[in-house]
Write a protein that binds this ligand. Structure first.
Ligand SMILES: Nc1ncnc2c1ncn2[C@@H]1O[C@H](COP(=O)(O)OP(=O)(O)O)[C@@H](O)[C@H]1O
Ligand SMILES: [Mg+2]
Length: 240
């Protein structure tokens, strides 16, 4: 390995090289992303912006190892994802990535504490231990007192904070958030952004977020716009 390659591997979390993605609808092939080249460094904050239907969620799902690109190369944490098996992908998703969605996606029948503990249960962490970690994460998002509530007892902003605690409980390297403030009023949205950016600043979590809101996007290190299936970036970190 050349030393320049090793340098890239150490600071680089993702590298997408000539990634294309299309969906098939019946006989038709619908191209969504074309020749995407993108490097995301560890600890960066990236906002993905663009019109509805431009492919932001598709790109986020590729980064989250939920969607396999139709062609091209995806390197995650120094490993080539093209040759990774389903088990390895599921392990990486579970250990390294926390997801936050617009619709919160909490389980209504579980308590707030058990919702947060869920990713640890999937890993086989004993329930009592999982609940201790979950309680710590709830405290971190300012909901230490609400663990025994059901999600329905909380406001939208509080539910999204629970979802963020759940995303963090496994100590991921990366948080992927798809319009996490899309269902929230603007003050609550600002508070959630402050929370996410604080986690990046204080804990070094890499953050990639889809947002419609240009003002929120300005608070990120990088703003990457998806237009016509291509990426456009107006900052020092050029997408290439
Ligand atoms: N699972 C799918 N099957 C077929 N088409 C899809 C699928 N997911 C997304 N698309 C299409 O891909 C395009 C990009 O979608 P998406 O990535 O969700 O855009 P955005 O998040 O920017 O609104 C849209 O035309 C959408 O209809
Ligand atoms: Mg979307």
């Amino acid at each position: 390995m050349k030393s320049s390659d090793r340098m890239e591997l150490s600071s680089c979390l993702f590298a997408l090289r000539n990634v294309n993605h299309s969906y098939r609808r019946g006989q038709r092939i619908i191209p969504v992303l074309t020749t995407i080249n993108l490097v995301i460094e560890r600890g960066q904050t990236c906002a993905l912006v663009g019109a509805s239907g431009s492919g932001k969620s598709t790109l986020l799902n590729i980064l989250g190892l939920l969607e396999h690109p139709t062609s091209g190369r995806l390197v995650f944490g120094g490993q080539n994802m093209q040759t990774a098996g389903a088990d390895q992908l599921a392990n990486l998703r579970n250990r390294d990535i926390g997801f936050v969605f617009q619709a919160f996606n909490l389980l209504p029948r579980l308590s707030v504490l058990d919702n947060v503990a869920l990713p640890l249960s999937y890993r086989g962490v004993p329930r009592r231990e999982a609940r201790v970690f979950a309680q710590e994460q709830l405290a971190l998002v300012g909901l230490a007192e609400r663990g025994s509530c059901r999600p329905a007892d909380l406001s939208g902003g509080q539910r999204q904070r629970v979802a963020i605690a759940r995303a963090l409980v496994g100590r991921p390297t990366l948080i992927l958030a798809d319009e996490p403030t899309g269902n929230l009023d603007s003050q609550t949205a600002t508070d959630i952004m402050t929370l996410l950016l604080g986690l990046n600043r204080d804990h070094g979590v890499t953050l990639v977020m889809v947002t419609h809101d240009g003002e929120l996007a300005k608070r990120f290190d990088r703003q990457i716009r998806v237009i016509g299936g291509e990426l456009h970036e107006e900052s020092a970190h050029e997408a290439f």
